[in-house]
Design a protein around this ligand. Structure first.
Ligand SMILES: [Zn+2]
Length: 397
């Protein structure tokens, strides 16, 4: 029997009871329906929020209200609280890593793991080379900029090194921090990370972390550091044929009036290289100031082997990039390639120039060109992935 409700022959009490039962049942049905609708609405809301987050991430930091104008406004508002003295420790403003506050949660390794960028992550099992994702590099540039003026031996320079070492942890690379003394008695440091390849022959990529007061060093040289961190992420996904050593140098800028008092981190690194490390050093590229200027140049002192310069010129030609050669004027090198070149290691410096605001407080991320950082970063990364045993500069030696 499927019929329900009052049946013929029921007493008034039975009918009343039956009506009450039907009433209660109706109320329950309505409550169930309301719960179902509520659950569906909640699910829709969660999906919409998730979609919003994905879109915001895909748009990158420029799409999240941090465009150049927004950044400039932020800088103007925060400049009074940013460390302005050349030495944060001497100035007593040794604030710990302002850039590592929750405003930049994606800089943590956990964030990296949780939010893979679709365009940079190859399909499982695919042999595709990871691509340089400039928004990631620029995010790290801004963190370094937020740390503030990072003069050699200052607590801010140390904070920059700590941040970089922490970012490298996510790549799985073996990392070490090597400290060294400056002539003024302060301590500076290099952060070194190694990505083993198919040969022990090694390409060294370098970028200096320190800045010249009063510059927060977005272009000089947050841009090079950000690019190297992005290259590190790619190498963590897929190694290159040569072993790659990334060195984030301390103390590149001049620390006093003595024109030879600079390039301390790179000089220390070359001096400390063992005979085996020197034998395996196939080349060095300094990535220094790659975010601003009309001219894309590869530079050297013209004193050592030029095979790394030639290799980068060939790479650029292959990619249709307007890279030209520029020799450092004068007797000394103008970036960290100097010590390597003088040690007989093929060395080159990659740079976009000129930046009229370098070494000033106006060297902020707001004036950087994402396209220029992308071009230089992808050129260096592409050169690494293109190297093989057949390279004419005897990489496989
Ligand atoms: Zn520099």
């Amino acid at each position: 029997m499927t019929q329900r409700g009052p049946q013929p022959g029921q007493s008034p009490e039975q009918r009343a009871k039956e009506l009450k039962r039907r009433h209660v049942e109706t109320r329950r049905r309505q409550a169930r329906r309301r719960r179902k609708w509520l659950a569906a609405a909640l699910a829709a809301l969660v999906l919409a929020v998730a979609a919003g987050v994905v879109v915001a991430r895909a748009l990158g930091p420029w799409g999240a209200g941090r465009g150049p104008a927004a950044i400039a406004a932020t800088r103007a508002a925060s400049s009074s609280s940013a460390p302005s003295a050349g030495d944060a420790s001497a100035g007593g403003s040794a604030s710990p890593l302002p850039g590592l506050a929750p405003t930049t949660p994606l800089s943590t390794p956990a964030g990296e793991a949780a939010t893979p960028t679709p365009e940079s992550t190859p399909e499982p099992g695919s042999a595709a080379q990871p691509s340089f994702v400039v928004s990631r590099a620029l995010r790290d540039v801004r963190t370094l900029e937020d740390i503030g003026v990072r003069t050699a031996g200052s607590s801010a320079e140390k904070a920059g090194a700590t941040f970089i070492a922490r970012r490298l942890r996510a790549t799985g690379a073996k990392r070490v921090i090597r400290t060294f003394k400056l002539p003024n008695g302060k301590t500076s440091r290099n952060v070194v990370a190694r990505f083993p390849g198919a040969t022990k022959r090694t390409i060294i990529l370098g970028a200096h972390m320190d800045t010249k007061a009063p510059s927060p060093g977005a272009n000089d040289n947050g841009s090079g550091c950000g690019a190297l961190l992005e290259i590190a992420r790619c190498l963590g996904e897929r190694s290159a044929y040569p072993t790659v050593e990334l060195v984030f140098f301390g103390g590149e800028e001049m620390i006093d009036g003595n024109p030879d008092h600079h390039h301390f981190g790179s000089r220390y690194h070359v001096e400390a290289m063992s005979a085996v490390a020197r034998k395996n050093a196939a080349g060095m590229i300094s990535v220094d100031m790659i975010g601003y200027g009309p001219d894309f140049v590869v530079r050297s002192m013209g004193k050592g082997p030029q095979s790394m310069v030639d290799l980068l010129l060939r790479q650029a030609k292959k990619r249709g990039l307007p890279l030209t050669y520029l020799r450092d004027p004068g007797a000394s090198g103008w970036s960290d390639h100097e010590a390597f070149e003088l040690a007989g290691i093929p060395a080159a410096w990659i740079e976009w120039r000129d930046d009229p605001v370098y070494h000033t407080s106006a060297d902020t991320s707001g004036h950087l060109s994402a396209a220029k950082v992308q071009t230089a970063g992808q050129l260096v990364l592409g050169a690494l992935y293109d190297m093989d045993a057949g390279d004419p500069w005897r990489l496989a030696q």
